[in-house]
Design a protein around this ligand. Structure first.
Ligand SMILES: Nc1ncnc2c1ncn2[C@@H]1O[C@H](COP(=O)(O)OP(=O)(O)OP(=O)(O)O)[C@@H](O)[C@H]1O
Ligand SMILES: [Mg+2]
Length: 360
């Protein structure tokens, strides 16, 4: 066993513990001898519970295939790689891995087999996230530039219309200046929403469930007829350093969309989990909080899915298309990221937030 055996020197253990690749070690009875944290994370198990288990118990979805792979390696003494193996996870999520099985020799015949599972869709996810972040930064820069150009002359226009209003003799003429003033105010509000909050963030230590319960209360008050809002919280999640108002706003924007999509007879689920050694964009974090907002509405059209985080993109008539870009900006300010997966009947927004440190 690598954890307790004499050959497990601290360096060996710290290297294995920090690998992103999932590593498992089986003896020649196909019982698990060692599992590293990346593999624990992948299978959602703790080593304490699974050491000594047969490979078929640990990976019931691949019982015969995995047993066969290991037996072949013990028999042939040759390593073996199978690409793009699909592994089902809890819920109905799957991941794609490249699976390598290596015989370990301490004498003539191999006594142990090392299984390495390298997630291939993870690389794709990181690339997609980097794209999402750079797209978001470019949009924010454009909005700031535009807002600056629009807000100054708009203030002048509004002021001039107000002065003119005071000089006009008849109320029918004043209707025109009213239109100018009202439209200028509408544009000003739109610009302010696009720019997001302009006060300094008030970071404090908060529990994500306080935020979600507050949002849930608001949603229930706004939508007495439904949908049902289910909670699946992990109560062990530690507090995070964040601005509660910003988190509430971001979650509310996601949840309002979900509630609208699910409709009064639908279902919305709020789920919280902790992920270990997780990468957001290109930064790896020891602990990350994932909040999932899940609805069973009709889903997001594929042509819209790539653009939903851009401002003014809306699938609803009368929607301003600002809810998601604002939520993305607020979560980015906390070092996090929002991602989306959607198909008819299941739309999921994943909010990732690092738990270990505060961010500007
Ligand atoms: N849960 C969801 N199910 C289906 N479509 C969704 C969902 N969430 C977002 N969308 C789509 O993404 C679009 C953009 O959402 P966003 O919240 O940014 O704007 P909006 O809801 O149209 O307007 P608002 O600014 O009032 O929020 C929506 O118009 C909708 O087409
Ligand atoms: Mg919205």
């Amino acid at each position: 066993m690598i954890t307790d055996s004499p050959r497990s020197d601290p360096l060996e253990k710290s290297v294995l513990d920090n690998l992103i690749t999932a590593v498992l070690l089986f003896d020649n009875d196909l019982c698990l001898e060692y599992i590293n944290p990346a593999a624990e994370m992948m299978f959602q198990v703790t080593s304490r519970h699974v050491i000594g288990q047969k490979v078929g118990t640990l990976m019931p979805w691949s019982r015969s295939a995995m047993e066969q792979r290991l037996r072949d390696v013990f028999k042939s003494h040759h390593p073996f790689t199978e690409r793009e193996v699909i592994i089902p996870l809890s819920g109905d999520r799957t991941i794609k891995v490249n699976c390598t099985v290596l015989p370990l020799h301490h004498s003539d015949a191999p006594t142990e087999a090392l299984v390495e599972l390298c997630q291939v869709d993870r690389q794709l996810r990181i690339t997609r996230e980097e794209h999402l972040i750079s797209q978001h930064q470019a949009t924010q820069a454009l909005i700031r530039g535009l807002a600056h150009e629009i807000k100054n002359p708009l203030g002048g226009l509004r002021g001039a219309a107000q002065l003119l209003e005071g000089e006009l003799p008849s109320s029918s003429l004043r209707e025109y200046t009213r239109i100018i003033i009202d439209e200028a105010d509408r544009l000003q509000n739109l610009m302010d929403r696009m720019l997001g909050p302009n006060h300094i963030p008030k970071e404090q230590s908060i529990n994500i469930h306080q935020v979600l319960e507050h949002v849930r209360g608001l949603l229930l008050a706004e939508n007495a007829a439904g949908p049902v809002i289910i909670r699946d919280y992990d109560p062990s999640i530690p507090d995070l350093k964040a601005d509660p108002d910003r988190l509430i706003q971001a979650m509310l924007n996601l949840c309002r969309n979900a509630v609208a999509a699910a409709g009064p007879r639908g279902r919305v689920e709020l789920r919280t989990r902790v992920l270990r050694q997780f990468t957001i964009g290109n930064r790896r974090h020891r602990l990350v909080l994932r909040v999932t907002v899940d609805d069973n509405g009709e889903g997001i059209a594929p042509d819209l899915l790539d653009r939903i985080f851009l401002p003014m993109v809306s699938g609803y008539r009368g929607g301003t298309g600002l809810g998601l870009p604002i939520a993305q900006e607020l979560i980015n300010q906390h070092g996090g990221l929002i991602e989306c997966e959607s198909r008819p009947g299941k739309t999921q927004f994943f909010v990732y937030l690092p738990l270990e440190s505060s961010h500007d």
